[in-house]
Design a binder for this molecule. Structure first.
Ligand SMILES: [Zn+2]
Length: 75
């Protein structure tokens, strides 16, 4: 049996920690940015993630309210 070699589609950048295509010789995210610009870019990515988490929480609370409402109506 032939075992397929592990295929790596992406490299992890040591500078910004983001993944970029293995074909690229340098990170596509931060290679053209200065240190401060890289930091800013990462901050934006982190805050975007935070917003997604908040939306998830909101949906959780809405679902909880619907559940409570259903229980109250059926009781
Ligand atoms: Zn990078």
């Amino acid at each position: 049996m032939l075992v397929p070699p592990p295929i790596s589609f992406s490299n992890k950048c040591k500078r910004c920690g983001l993944r970029y295509p293995a074909k690229a010789t340098e990170c596509v995210h931060c290679s053209n940015l200065t240190d401060s610009e890289t930091e800013e870019m990462l901050l934006h990515k982190k805050s975007a993630h935070k917003n997604t988490a908040n939306i998830g929480k909101l949906f959780f609370y809405i679902a909880l309210l619907i559940l409570i409402g259903t229980v109250l109506i059926s009781a």
